[in-house]
Design a protein around this ligand. Structure first.
Ligand SMILES: Nc1nc2c(c(=O)[nH]1)N(C=O)[C@@H](CNc1ccc(C(=O)N[C@@H](CCC(=O)O)C(=O)O)cc1)CN2
Ligand SMILES: Nc1ncnc2c1ncn2[C@@H]1O[C@H](COP(=O)(O)OP(=O)(O)OP(=O)(O)O)[C@@H](O)[C@H]1O
Length: 200
């Protein structure tokens, strides 16, 4: 299927998801290594102590190689946690070797909710956000739950938003020409793929 300006958001999401899912294990592995190499040497990653990550799902580019590096440099890693209620809220919870695990309603592995391990959004330095699609200006399509949009909507209203830095991660094959954005869409500040960085 060809993408045109008339392609509906629903179609676009479906197409891009199937594109990333059709990558082979070897392609995924190489992409993960290339992504990790670029991130590790970036000043952004180096200076960030509190980092929000995700566990790759549905063909997403996999940032798990960063975990080892993070441990070495004593960085704190947080993962998104969804709950039954409030239904659309996402929180970031610190993971440790003692973390207990469960699955969210979309069957994505996540830590068992523990409010003592939650991070306030402003405490995080860097959030690595999984993308379904993106353009060079930071426009992005996510999984459609609006979880990241909601999480950042209040940061967006603050005029002194310096952190967390919102970095989108994607496969190069998820890049699109120009995305139509909705009023609630929160842009990525930059995007990094298996091939290169996109700053805007
Ligand atoms: N790895 C990873 N973790 C993540 C996210 C993510 O995008 N990637 N999220 C970022 O948001 C949250 C989960 N958001 C999701 C939103 C929609 C669907 C999804 O598959 N929706 C189906 C409908 C399923 C249903 O209705 O039950 C679909 O659209 O087909 C999955 C995850 C939290 N954790
Ligand atoms: N700040 C917000 N408050 C309330 N609803 C919101 C907010 N942001 C987004 N939504 C709702 O979330 C739904 C999904 O939005 P959208 O399709 O843009 O998701 P997405 O950008 O793909 O997801 P995500 O932000 O999790 O990556 C929309 O119905 C939208 O109305």
């Amino acid at each position: 299927m060809v993408i045109t300006p008339e392609t509906s958001p629903k179609e676009l999401r479906k197409l891009l998801r199937s594109r990333r899912r059709s990558l082979t294990n070897l392609q995924q592995q190489i992409a993960a290594e290339n992504l990790c190499k670029q991130l590790i040497k970036s000043p952004l990653f180096k200076k960030s102590k509190h980092i929000g990550l995700y566990l790759a799902n549905d063909g997403e580019i996999d940032p798990h190689l960063l975990l080892k590096v993070a441990k070495k440099y004593k960085k704190h890693i947080y993962l998104p946690v969804l709950r039954q209620w409030p239904k659309y809220a996402m929180v970031f919870q610190r993971i440790k070797p003692s973390t207990r695990w469960t699955f969210n309603q979309y069957k994505i592995k996540q830590p068992v909710y523990d409010k003592t391990k939650l991070s306030h959004p402003l405490k995080l330095d860097l959030i690595l956000m999984p993308l379904v699609g993106f353009d060079k200006e930071g426009g992005r399509i996510g999984m459609g739950g609006g979880f990241y949009d909601r999480y950042f909507s209040y940061l967006n209203r603050m005029n002194s938003w310096r952190k967390p830095y919102l970095l989108g991660l994607a496969h190069e094959c998820q890049k699109l020409e120009k995305l139509h954005l909705n009023s609630w869409d929160i842009k990525a500040m930059a995007v990094v793929t298996d091939k290169q960085w996109y700053f805007h």
